[in-house]
Design a protein around this ligand. Structure first.
Ligand code: AMP
Length: 361
């Protein structure tokens, strides 16, 4: 079976690394040459509106998937004539626009922060009054890793935020003073079989994920069920196939959805060594129409992103239980160039945690 992947970043690379042992073949599509996935499999280098290149890409593919959500909808629609496309277009569409995304969640009874669209300065003033401060102003599209957003704490912050972000369609959200951020990764097969990994706890700095603790500590059965209920509703409504991630804020035992990602997710990298079947393998099993694998964690994991530059390989590999993933990217500030997962019994993790944290900037 040959799988086409739109996007050839590190998520694509890890999909291929999980799929090759299963006998799957891969072809990637990405406008950027020398991408992380191109070291593992063939890549068509062209823009997403190059219909000839897309036709060449699709030749001989059995299934097509994507590893990031900013693929133009027209590209996906065009490719649907050649092969099955998973996850479905509706999921992609919903996740591309924060307003459509929040409306979808709200319609399904999944709690979100208060939100409204902002199209003009007057609307920003009115919406800020209605929702109240603090609030978060975000671009509706193309925001990631904390980019394209500003926290409004006082009335004076409105002007500056409008000057920076006002050129794009915006959404204003109420600020949630959460206790912690959690995410849930689920996978749904073509036959509707659905499985959920345990909730994980995510720590961000400067809007970028730094650490995932898996499974999240102090999760009651009720909290896990609450998260699964929300994600399951979303999956069923979208007739979803593949891995789907839902990010939450936890506040007083209640989960408030922040965003969804219709793809494998950074907060699931720990599953490569820390779960019986990784999110990457389970995504491929789902879209390929194969039985899903066990989502059971093997033990506890701490996943650290390497931001800007990689730590010394020899030093990391000397730490018991540490697993290094170098995406082969050039060092650059704020760029995710790799990750490191520390796996083991909780007391082992505590013993080596400080050593690892000193290696990660
Ligand atoms: P996002 O790009 O929407 O995932 O936002 C990046 C990070 O900003 C989140 O992981 C939160 O730490 C923070 N954030 C986003 N939206 C809100 C909100 N409504 N209330 C509080 N913090 C938020």
């Amino acid at each position: 079976m040959k799988i086409g992947v739109l996007g050839a970043g590190q998520l694509g690379r890890m999909l291929a690394l999980a799929g090759v042992p299963l006998g799957l073949q891969f072809r990637f599509y990405d406008p950027a040459p020398d991408s992380p996935a191109s070291e593992i499999a063939e890549q068509v280098v062209a823009n997403y509106n190059d219909w000839d290149a897309l036709t060449r890409f699709a030749e001989g593919l059995d299934v097509i998937t994507y590893e990031f959500e900013n693929i133009p909808v027209e590209t996906v629609t065009f490719l649907e004539q050649f092969a099955s496309m998973f996850p479905p277009l509706d999921a992609l569409r919903a996740s591309q626009d924060r307003l459509t995304e929040k409306r979808t969640l709200l319609t399904l009874g999944i709690p979100t922060p208060h939100f409204d669209a902002v199209e003009s300065w007057t609307e920003l003033e009115e919406t800020a009054l209605r929702i109240g401060l603090p609030a978060v102003l975000k671009t509706r599209r193309f925001g990631y890793d904390g980019k394209g957003q500003a926290v409004l704490r006082t009335q004076e912050d409105l002007q500056g935020a409008w000057q920076t972000l006002g050129g794009s369609p915006l959404i204003l959200e109420g600020f949630i003073s959460f206790e912690r951020e959690l995410s849930l990764i689920g996978v749904r097969g073509r036959d509707s079989d659905t499985r959920f990994y345990p909730l994980v706890e995510n720590h961000h700095r400067e809007g970028i994920l730094r650490l995932t603790v898996a499974p999240a500590p102090n999760v009651t059965a009720e909290l896990q069920t609450q998260a699964e209920r929300h994600l399951n509703t979303l999956m069923q409504t979208l007739n979803y196939v593949g891995v789907l991630t839902l990010e939450f804020f936890e506040q007083n035992g209640r989960l408030i959805a922040n965003e969804m990602a219709p793809r494998v997710h950074n907060s699931g990298h720990w599953t490569i060594e820390g779960a019986e079947t990784s999110q990457f393998e389970n995504h491929l099993r789902a879209i390929g129409g194969f039985p899903l694998g066990s989502i059971r964690p093997r033990n506890a994991s701490l996943m650290y992103n390497c931001i800007g530059e990689m730590p010394e390989r020899d030093v990391v590999l000397a730490v018991p239980g540490a697993h290094l993933h170098d995406y082969g990217k050039l060092p650059r500030p704020k760029r995710k160039v790799g990750h490191l997962t520390l796996c083991g019994f909780p007391e082992e993790l505590e013993r080596h945690r400080t050593t690892v944290e000193e290696l990660i900037t």
